[in-house]
Design a binder for this molecule. Structure first.
Ligand code: ADP
Ligand code: ADP
Length: 232
């Protein structure tokens, strides 16, 4: 089953002589319940691809299919609702609210959407991410790795079809980063989620089930069952 896919996806920034072809007719499918890393040099189009897949950026040409939903055909209101109800986001910079404790941070998106958290699912997420003992701590009382785990928990609470993680280990040292990647992998294995991660770090990409390589806005290859030796 495909969770999300791009069909003939192109993205051009600007126009005329200064136009930048950030993505050039990209076709790619992301299988459900898999952890995929998008890798490539700076400027290769990783962020643009992720932003288009997540409905954060308008596409120039082509389609983005989230299940049966063509995101490129949705208006702003429907797109915002789709992101809120069906997607999860994890950022390099955690983006937690400093005045709220871990539990309140995790629940905030649902609360803003006027929805209740499913208690059973909340407990499952908290246990898999090993956050039980941290729920009443504010971000300043948590390590960087713990903060990012809270951000992962927040991204999971709406049972998203896809979690998009943008350089999730960019602000963490290698050891702590590895720990967060293990938890992202557990979100796939134990919680049945689909994760698409952008990273320029080969050691981070090695945690994925599949690595997709971008170069100059095109697919340049892929590695299935990556290991630290095959991702360089
Ligand atoms: P990556 O994430 O791999 O570093 P990006 O997707 O950020 O690559 O960028 C791909 C190309 O598109 C680059 O040439 C970049 O300069 C260009 N680009 C990205 N965002 C914009 C923008 N908002 N306006 C103009 N050009 C952009
Ligand atoms: P940085 O590491 O440069 O501070 P982030 O990793 O936090 O950036 O964010 C990466 C991208 O995601 C940025 O282009 C930013 O505009 C976008 N972004 C950050 N926070 C949100 C949000 N809450 N909703 C949607 N997009 C966001």
């Amino acid at each position: 089953r495909t969770a999300v896919r791009a069909v003939g996806l192109s993205k051009v920034y600007g126009s005329g002589d200064t136009a930048v072809h950030a993505l050039d007719t990209v076709d790619i499918a992301f299988e459900a319940e898999r952890f995929t890393a998008i890798m490539g040099p700076s400027g290769s189009g990783k962020s643009t691809l992720m932003h288009c897949l997540a409905g954060l950026d308008a596409v120039t040409d082509g389609q983005v299919l989230l299940g049966d939903t063509d995101l490129t055909g949705l208006g702003d209101t429907a797109l915002t609702r789709t992101r809120r109800d069906r997607l999860g986001f994890v950022f390099q910079s955690f983006n937690l609210l400093p005045t709220l404790d871990a539990e309140a941070n995790m629940l905030l998106p649902l609360k803003l959407a006027g929805r209740q958290a499913d208690q059973e699912w909340f407990d499952e997420v908290v246990d898999v991410l090993d956050l039980r003992a941290r729920l009443s701590h504010r971000p300043a009382e948590l390590s960087g790795g713990q903060q990012q785990r809270v951000a992962v928990g927040r991204a999971l609470l709406n049972r998203p079809d896809v979690v998009f993680a943008d350089e999730p280990t960019g602000n963490l040292d290698t050891r702590v980063g590895s720990e967060v990647l293990s938890f992202l992998r557990m979100s796939v294995r134990e919680l049945g989620r689909t994760v698409v991660m952008v990273t320029h770090d080969p050691s981070a990409a090695a945690y994925a089930d599949r690595v997709v390589l971008l170069a100059d806005g095109r697919l340049a290859g892929e590695i299935t069952e990556p290991t630290a030796d095959t991702v360089i």
